[in-house]
Design a protein around this ligand. Structure first.
Ligand SMILES: *[C@@H]1O[C@H](CO)[C@@H](O)[C@H](O)[C@H]1NC(C)=O
Ligand SMILES: *[C@@H]1O[C@H](CO)[C@@H](O)[C@H](O)[C@H]1NC(C)=O
Ligand SMILES: *[C@@H]1O[C@H](CO)[C@@H](O)[C@H](O)[C@H]1NC(C)=O
Ligand SMILES: *[C@@H]1O[C@H](CO)[C@@H](O)[C@H](O)[C@H]1NC(C)=O
Ligand SMILES: *[C@@H]1O[C@H](CO)[C@@H](O)[C@H](O)[C@H]1NC(C)=O
Ligand SMILES: *[C@@H]1O[C@H](CO)[C@@H](O)[C@H](O)[C@H]1NC(C)=O
Length: 354
């Protein structure tokens, strides 16, 4: 009897222990054309540390099946007070912002920025957990760990992440380093993301299938809108700077100035002139750094020369790229997603602190 009790207790304890470290996950039904299997995850922690103390910590979100083993690695990641975190959904201008933030915090060293690609100077924290063919522990063992690389960077580190608030490091919300949150017209970023997924061979279906997958939360980093809305609500936190791709594109000079003030390194007019020239879309695309990035994509992901990581970079490029009816379909979806938030997409895109 006693022995049976012990065995039962051990089983219960083991299960409890498993419960504590097991992430709530369900495999997603793959949609047509999708090449990367996805999971629907919820955060293993009940997080009271996220600003505003809303009920975001249990929000489920989607990520490739290679990610769960890295959940703790991200949550327990050691943040530094002088880090600068570049956050936002994919294809919202985060790569562009990585370079801006790097320049502002590295003596406006345009020469290095021109000659080395930005991913050598600024790492996407969860890269090894998400993007093929680097994803998973096998890749980790080979020493290509984005987590180790981020830990290893010298301060001030410029760190990029597309993770949602509930999956970001706990210390991000206690040490409160500076955070720049990027957002962009969802129709433009969706088109851009489609081209990236096609180029990287993560998706081989039609554009319609891709957009439907995005609107039904069947792609990585979905649901799409809550990510934006949660940071929108946190935009007044003193360590958070919220800005849209559209605002930067329309006023690169003014935006760069504002960001340099936020990062407590204001710059002269002379530097501003150089920055505008250096960060213009064509310069980025044609720079040695841009070309290197392109080459890396081709080498690593086997993308063809037709795939351009830095592609059009325009505002409103969805207009000639969305399939018939999809502009309205996506507007309806955005409207539905924004119900109850008291905000419209245009308010978010034109938002400025000034
Ligand atoms: C797992 O997910 C379900 C559905 O979202 C939720 O009801 C449940 O509380 C979650 N469990 C844990 C341990 O997070
Ligand atoms: C969080 O609260 C909002 C508003 O009260 C509700 O609509 C939403 O379903 C809740 N989300 C979760 C994950 O409980
Ligand atoms: C960490 O930095 C050192 C010194 O720069 C370098 O030798 C090492 O390869 C780096 N490790 C990783 C995982 O990036
Ligand atoms: C993810 O899980 C949540 C909660 O269990 C559920 O409401 C949602 O529909 C799931 N998403 C998908 C795409 O299956
Ligand atoms: C943010 O600050 C602005 C200006 O002070 C205010 O109008 C707005 O209600 C605040 N919003 C939130 C979510 O804190
Ligand atoms: C969008 O919503 C409007 C108003 O509810 C509706 O009339 C229209 O059919 C919807 N369009 C699409 C493409 O779903």
């Amino acid at each position: 009897m006693e022995k049976l009790f012990c065995v039962v207790m051990v089983i219960i304890l083991n299960n409890l222990r498993m419960e504590a470290v097991t992430i709530n996950r369900t495999k997603l039904q793959p949609v047509s054309g999708e090449k990367i299997p996805l999971l629907n995850l919820t955060c293993p922690l009940d997080r009271k540390d996220i600003p505003l103390n809303k009920n975001w910590s249990k929000r489920p979100w989607t990520i490739p099946t290679s990610y769960p083993e890295f959940v703790d690695r991200a949550l327990d990641f050691k943040v530094r007070y002088d880090d600068i975190w570049i956050l936002g959904q994919q294809k919202t201008g985060t790569t562009w912002m990585q370079d801006m933030a790097w320049l502002i915090t590295h003596n406006f060293d345009f020469k290095t920025s021109e000659n080395s690609h930005v991913y050598e100077r600024s790492v996407n924290l969860e890269y090894t957990g998400v993007y093929q063919p680097f994803a998973g522990t096998e890749a980790e063992k080979k020493g290509v760990s984005s987590f180790a690389a981020t830990e290893n960077m010298t301060s001030p580190r410029i760190i990029k992440s597309h993770l949602s608030p509930n999956m970001l490091p706990k210390e991000l919300w206690t040490k409160k380093p500076k955070v720049i949150y990027l957002t962009r017209n969802v129709k433009d970023s969706a088109v851009s993301l489609y081209h990236m997924y096609k180029g990287l061979k993560y998706f081989d279906g039609t554009k319609e299938q891709f957009l439907d997958a995005l609107m039904t939360d069947s792609l990585a980093y979905c649901p799409y809108w809550p990510h934006i809305l949660e940071f929108w609500e946190m935009r007044n936190e003193s360590n958070i700077f919220f800005i849209s791709y559209e605002r930067i594109k329309r006023d690169l000079r003014g935006s760069f100035k504002e960001i340099s003030e936020f990062l407590e390194n204001p710059c002269s007019d002379d530097i501003l002139d150089k920055a505008v020239d250096h960060l213009s879309f064509q310069s980025m695309k044609n720079s040695k750094a841009g070309q290197t990035l392109q080459k890396i994509m081709e080498d690593i992901h086997g993308t063809s020369g037709e795939f351009k990581f830095i592609r059009r970079g325009e505002i409103g490029s969805h207009k000639d790229e969305l399939p018939e009816g999809y502009s309205e379909k996506m507007d309806n979806w955005s409207e539905r997603s924004l119900v109850g938030s008291g905000v419209a997409m245009d308010d978010i895109l034109s938002f400025s602190y000034k």
